[in-house]
Design a protein around this ligand. Structure first.
Ligand code: GRF
Length: 210
């Protein structure tokens, strides 16, 4: 077996459901030359498909239910405790449906990323595809960004643009956007793991390989 000379970036992926973006990261990490590995998957909801995907692949999982805690801070403290043992380098939100406290976000500043199904800063929040179609937009897309305390904000690492087609409904548009999510999320993580992502004045700079 080939010896691994450079340590891989350790990821913790936070989910709440289906976990198709988690799957795209798992698939990327399964490639020998991909520079990251998933150390832990945390869900705030038990029994979701994403947990099943991780367990089937032999990845460590934890369920930290927000219902077991009195308030956001207590929940976030429990999250921190679970994650601490894994010495994680980067947290990846992948369909994680909880708003994190400012303290948590600041503690993980520049080590916490999210994928959102719109061309941020347009269409923050929920029900993006419905709103995009309702507004008659010609294009939508998806964004990977560093997380800042304001919801769906922070330096943008990568985006993909998707044309809205005549006859699209929220479901068909979501499916085409999701295909792109599965490409840009592992690519963003790869760039970070390779040390090619720098933040200057809250703008991401992608450095060329030297
Ligand atoms: C994705 O559309 C992602 O952009 C959004 O939530 C959805 C999660 O899907 N944040 P999945 O659980 O990764 O399949």
């Amino acid at each position: 077996m080939a010896k691994q000379l450079v340590a891989k970036l350790k990821l913790c992926v936070l989910i709440s459901g289906r976990g198709s973006n988690l799957q795209s990261l798992m698939d990327a990490c399964a490639q020998a030359n991909y520079p990251a590995e998933i150390a832990l998957v945390v869900s705030n909801i038990d029994g979701v498909q994403g947990l099943e995907r991780a367990r089937n692949a032999g990845i460590e999982t934890a369920v930290v239910s927000h219902k077991d805690f009195d308030g956001r801070e207590a929940f976030d403290a429990a999250l921190t405790e679970h994650i601490a043992a894994y010495h994680v380098d980067l947290l990846c939100l992948a369909g994680f449906m909880r708003i994190l406290s400012d303290d948590f976000v600041n503690r993980w500043r520049d080590r916490l990323i999210n994928i959102h199904p719109s061309l941020l800063p347009a269409y923050k929040g929920l029900h993006v595809h419905e709103r995009v179609i309702e507004a008659g937009e010609q294009f939508s897309g998806c964004t990977v960004h560093f997380v800042r305390p304001d919801m769906d904000s922070g330096p943008i690492i990568g985006q993909a643009k998707v044309a809205v087609q005549a006859g699209d409904d929220a479901g068909t548009l979501a499916a085409r956007v999701l295909e792109q999510e599965h490409i840009i999320y592992p690519e963003a993580v790869r760039l970070i793991a390779k040390g090619r992502v720098r933040i200057e004045d809250e703008q991401v700079l992608i450095e060329d390989v030297t």
